[in-house]
Design a protein around this ligand. Structure first.
Ligand code: FPP
Length: 249
């Protein structure tokens, strides 16, 4: 297991970035934001930012697996992202396809599992077939669970859950919080402990609305393509410095 001790200098100050690896968040979720700005700042097409962003995702997923995080959920494509220019949508979907192909090779070797969260109906058939294949291979993996949100929106997820519950014929008085959780796209996945949003935006953007009820948020101005190990460790240190009371005293 990778347990490096790392110090870095920021504003002339040396700061320790060493999470306590014995009490890591079980589930980290990330809004991979800032790809477009990262590219534009460099005079590149926005799609170049997504390409580098997908590399960042691979690095962070590998790191999470190495240090023993159990669940990593990333927001890759929202229900609203279809409104972007076709070349940008096509690039993001192609990067997802490329990652799925790699994951299909790596799932058995690395003991990871991959689950796609969100409404797959409008996705291209080729992507759907890759998702099915990755899903089937993931059933016996016990290492890091990677969840990639594609065509996902927290409100849409709740609408689908309500429809499922209503068609199940359950008595309204029998519906409780567990009923809702069990009918979400994330059913069976523990709620996120830590949600990270890079790029300086301080909002949730329809990400894991129900599941984030008691999550700790970490916001950083760093753009997603620049997000690295030190950034992840800083987020974990910030999480570990907080007192989680879940509404109690
Ligand atoms: C948000 O940044 C990012 C996205 C909408 C796409 C994220 C996709 C990837 C990182 C690549 C594919 C993912 C995987 C899992 C292989 P933005 O474009 O909104 O950035 P901006 O706010 O700076 O414009």
């Amino acid at each position: 297991m990778l347990r490096p001790f790392r110090k870095y200098k920021k504003s002339g100050r040396e700061e320790s970035v060493q999470p306590d690896f014995s009490r890591l968040p079980r589930h980290i979720a990330i809004i991979m934001d800032g790809n477009g700005r990262w590219a534009t700042m460099r005079g590149l097409a926005r799609t170049a930012g997504h390409r580098v962003g997908s590399e960042t995702f691979r690095n962070i997923a590998t790191l999470c697996n190495d240090i023993g995080i159990e669940y990593l959920t990333v927001y890759a494509f929202s229900t609203e992202n279809w409104a972007r220019p076709k070349t940008e949508v096509d690039t993001i979907l192609a990067l997802l396809g490329q990652y799925l192909r790699e994951a299909i090779e790596e799932i058995p070797k690395k003991n990871i599992s991959l689950r796609i969260i969100g409404d797959q109906a409008p996705l291209p058939d080729e992507l759907k077939a890759l998702i099915q294949r990755a899903d089937a291979l993931s059933t016996n993996s016990t290492g890091l669970h990677v969840n990639v949100c594609i065509n996902y929106g927290g409100r849409a997820e709740l609408v689908h859950a309500v429809r499922r519950i209503m068609t199940s014929g359950i008595e309204p008085s029998a519906i409780d919080e567990d009923t809702i959780s069990a009918n979400l796209d994330t059913a069976g996945i523990p709620d996120p402990d830590l949600i990270i949003r890079p790029s300086g935006e301080i909002r949730t953007s329809n990400f894991l609305l129900w599941e984030s009820a008691y999550a700790e948020y970490y916001f950083t101005p760093v753009l997603w393509p620049d997000f690295d190990r030190d950034e992840l460790y800083r987020a974990i240190c910030s999480y570990q410095a907080r007192s989680r009371r879940f509404g109690a005293i």
